[in-house]
Structure formats: structure tokens, C-alpha cells
Design a protein around this ligand. Sequence first.
Ligand code: PRP
Length: 183
Amino acid sequence: MDASSVQGDLVDVMFTEAQIQAKLAEMARQIERDYEGEELLLVGVLRGAVMVMADLARALDRHVEIDWMAVSSYGSGTKSSGVVRILKDLDTDISGRHVLIVDEIIDTGLTLSWLTSNLASRDPASVEIGTLLRKPEAAKMDVDVKYVGWDIPNEFVVGYGLDYDERYRNLRDIGTLAPHVYG
Ligand code: PRP
């Protein structure tokens, strides 16, 4: 779906599809350099990371393996409590493997902080994080992120995997949602 189809719902387009693809290509070049000669497992965090995983993996000019995790909260308290529940675990044994967690946004940092420690306890060779977006002003937890596309203001963004009430994930661009939509 194009931003023009939901124009009235957006305050503005923050990043166009072309800007997103260019940024992912930059990130891919860094990843290729950093993991040269190493095997690499990309771990996507469902559901929002589907788009970034699909495009980042294809931007990489090398072999990678891909696996997925789904995590959720114990109710709406999660994002403040940091309590995360695994809905779908990895199918891969990551012991001795280089793991790069791929996500579309780091907001409070609680999900990725929890996930990184969880994966680190499985004896991998390394665990790093790559995210397209990060909201520094929303951070409640310091998360060590190796690859960041853009730091953005603490605004309600949708598109490219990011949803409001499960909608807008299939928007090609990333936009700021207008308050009248969620207000
Ligand atoms: C988003 C995103 C991260 C998490 C970041 O997922 O994919 O995993 O929130 O937020 P945090 O830094 O505050 O923990 P969400 O819970 O919205 O689920 P979804 O991917 O299924 O939309």
C-alpha cells in the first residue's frame, strides 16, 4: 500500500520506500564487512520485523540463515515491566553461532534487552542487534545496538511492518500517524 492511499491518516511521510531501501543497503554493507568469513544467523522478531528482514536479507551479498522468534507480553504491562513471554522460539540451536537480531524498531528497549540476554544464555559465539529505527527519547533500558538505520523522535510511526491496531504494516513507507486516528 502506498502512503497516498492513507494520506488523511498520516501527519507526514517520515521515510519513503526508496530511503528505506537505501538505508538497508548501507547497513548490509557494514554487516558484510563485520561478519566477513563468519557464518551468520539472522533472527527476526515477529511480527513487525518481517519487512525489514525480507529486504535486509536480500540486500546482503552473502549467505545467511534466517530464523524467527515471536515474543509477547503478559498483558499490557509488558512494556513497563520488561516481562516477555516466548510465543515462538527459534528452531535453530545457536550455540557457537553468530546471531544478529533484526527488528524494525527499538522503543523502550525492554523487548530487545530481554531477548538479547535470553539468546546470550544459549552460548552463541555472539549476539548483536540491528534495527531500522530507534527512539532514544523513549528508552527505559540501555540496549547495545550494533546497527541502527535512523534515530527518530518519540512519535507514533506506522508502516513497513509497524502497526496501529494491526493496520498499516503493509504500507511501503514509514509515516507519522495523525492523532485523530488513535486519539
Ligand atoms: C515492536 C518491535 C519490537 C518492540 C520494541 O514489537 O518489533 O520488538 O515493539 O518495543 P520496546 O523497545 O518498547 O520493547 P510489538 O510488540 O509492537 O509487536 P509486533 O512486532 O508484533 O508489532
